[in-house]
Write a protein that binds this ligand. Structure first.
Ligand code: MG
Length: 229
């Protein structure tokens, strides 16, 4: 798989995701504010390019959209200080951390890992990346939205993050050696909600672009349209 940053392509390495990173979202799910970033991962094979056919998962009953600002990493780093963390960012995009909420609630109750609810096939629709340039993208005050069938569902600003982007890069690079091609979903604002077959999801930021997917029932159409980035 290749992913584009402007016209340059790169091979994704890992997909890190941050949970519970906006106060209003933590509240809507009835959780506790975390004391350090909540980290989980999705397989690279779960990425879905913009416009590629997106199917309802075969398991679970409640699929939720979570729009997120997504970063890609440009170079190797370990224990990256917050002060120069932003210099490790190659590109900025938007993505959907698709979540089977009913499955997640069940797993949480039993104290089990989240993979079945977060890391299923096609759980990471991802837009195209814009090359990161601090003069044109203010990562600490980026606005972004998610609409379903033209109705606004989520509206976020990165300045509302509990752990800002430089903190996330610092923390992740303490646990892992960050490498080129690593991708980070940075958490979702409030307004998450259900998706059903036939829905069109649009995620947008004036500074990054607009990316859309339509949800099909599994097996509804006779072919699988796999877009090459
Ligand atoms: Mg999320």
């Amino acid at each position: 798989m290749q992913i584009l940053i402007d016209q340059q392509s790169f091979t994704p390495n890992r997909v890190f995701c941050i949970g519970k990173n906006y106060g209003e979202h933590v509240k809507e799910l009835g959780g506790k504010t975390p004391e350090e970033p909540v980290v989980f991962m999705k397989p690279v094979s779960s990425i879905v390019a913009p416009g590629e056919s997106l199917f309802m998962p075969r398991h679970g009953n409640l699929l939720h959209h979570e729009v997120e600002v997504v970063l890609s990493i440009s170079r190797e780093g370990q224990d990256i200080p917050q002060a120069n963390a932003l210099s490790f960012i190659a590109g900025v995009s938007l993505g959907l951390d698709l979540t089977l909420r009913d499955v997640q609630v069940r797993l949480k109750k039993s104290g089990l890992p989240w993979e079945l609810s977060k890391s299923f096939e096609q759980s990471a629709p991802l837009g195209l990346f814009k090359a990161y340039n601090p003069d044109s993208i203010d990562l600490e005050n980026l606005s972004f939205t998610c609409s379903v069938n033209g109705k606004l569902r989520q509206q976020g600003k990165t300045r509302d993050m509990i752990f800002p982007i430089k903190n996330l890069i610092h923390t992740l690079s303490g646990w892992w050696t960050l490498r080129p091609g690593d991708i980070i979903f940075t958490g979702t604002p409030a307004g998450v909600g259900p998706l059903k077959a036939g829905d069109r999801v649009d995620i947008e930021s004036p500074d990054i672009g607009l990316f859309s997917w339509t949800l099909f029932t599994f097996g509804e159409i006779g072919y699988f349209y796999r877009r090459v980035f």
